[in-house]
Write a protein that binds this ligand. Structure first.
Ligand code: TYM
Length: 336
């Protein structure tokens, strides 16, 4: 079985609809076809200031949401990044292989650091993508299921894998598998409901554009009903001309496992109001059991923690083997 690895930050508490449609939904599906490793990336979360109690609660909350979304600990390995110390260890090695200029070109870093200002930007945020490289390479992942905004980090991973393999291995015995991004075109970028020119994200300029899965469903329904569309009236998938409507169609089609052309046909001659009201209903129906299941997992922290402990054990077995090979190949003396 080919292997996949991916991660999600616990920072914001609730996942948003972009996280789910762009990534987590694929993670669930890939459990059946791949050897799947998924983690809550708490090491990445501390690259921006955090409240310790909140981070702890949000890490468990993230795990609970992943289980509620359909990850099955019997069919995948679900763990917390800091439980596997090899991430930080390989991260350091990779830092020493990454060019300063190369890291400086990461667009997510440029965006985030520009928002925060140089004095409030940590070195951790700067090397964040390199830690992500280590995350992926430790597991010898063949594919990395993510949204479009993570493509550049997977490209960096490929570059560094090749670099390490060339410098420290032999062609017939490479150290790392060079991974491919696994990005589903239709849902690679879910857009803000108020500003369909930008991706949905926690840092949305208006809270009305961001659909958090754990918010009161009625509040989210309202956001769908007041989503920005255009002054035309035809319901047609055309991301260039009709970004708002197209985004709604993508969300609708994915949540109901319908095709976009089918929806276009169903809504022929109907107005945007009908589409929005129906989508609001579709979302509430989908999210209500998701919220309930999340609460159930949270209500039993012992079970949750033991799922994560088992996951960490399985993950460590794989990660330790890769790190041992790396340490040997770069010339470290083995600890006796
Ligand atoms: P994070 O926590 O920001 O986001 C988690 C996943 O959600 C996707 N995503 C979206 N997809 C479509 N439309 C959107 N509007 C949208 N917003 C977010 C992201 O692309 C991501 O797949 N650096 C990563 C976490 C990470 C990781 C890794 C991922 C750490 N190590 C190793 C893969 C492999 C991040 O911050 O994701």
């Amino acid at each position: 079985r080919p292997r996949v690895l991916s991660g999600i930050q616990p920072t914001a508490g609730s996942f948003h609809l972009g996280n789910y449609l762009g990534a987590v939904r694929q993670w669930v599906a890939l459990q059946d076809t791949h050897d799947a490793f998924y983690m809550v990336v708490d090491l990445h979360a501390i690259t921006v200031p955090q409240d310790p109690a909140e981070l702890r609660a949000n890490t468990r909350l993230a795990a609970a949401q992943l289980l509620a979304a359909g990850l099955d600990p019997d069919r995948c390995t679900l763990f917390v990044q800091s439980h596997v110390p090899e991430h930080a260890q390989l991260g350091w090695v990779m830092n020493c292989l990454t060019g300063f200029g190369e890291a400086s070109r990461m667009t997510q870093f440029k965006d985030k650091s520009a928002k925060q200002g140089a004095d409030r930007t940590t070195v951790g945020l700067f090397t964040y993508p390199v830690l992500q490289v280590a995350d992926i390479l430790l597991y010898q992942a063949n594919a990395v299921p993510v949204g479009e905004d993570q493509r550049q980090h997977v490209e960096l991973t490929r570059d560094l894998a090749v670099r390490f393999n060339t410098r420290f291995g032999t062609a017939d015995d490479p150290t790392f598998i060079v991974p491919e991004p696994y990005i589903v075109k239709e849902t690679a970028k879910i857009y803000d409901l108020q500003d369909p020119a930008v991706k949905m994200s926690k840092s949305a300029s208006s809270p009305k554009g961001l659909v958090n899965l754990l918010d009161e469903p009625k509040a989210s329904a309202k956001k769908f009903k007041s989503a920005v569309t255009d002054t035309d009236t035809v319901i047609r998938f055309d991301p260039e001309v009709k970004p708002g409507v197209s985004n709604l169609l993508t969300i609708y089609a994915t949540l109901t496992q319908t095709s976009v052309p089918e929806l276009e046909e169903r809504y022929a001659g109907k107005g945007y109001g009908a589409l929005k009201t129906d989508l609001a209903e579709v979302f509430v129906e989908w999210v209500t059991p998701f919220r309930d299941r999340t609460q159930e997992y949270l209500g039993d922290p012992e079970t949750l923690d033991s799922i994560l402990a088992k996951g960490a054990e399985k993950a460590r077995a794989v990660a330790a083997e890769t790190l041992a090979t790396v340490y040997d190949r770069i010339g470290f003396v083995p600890a006796k």
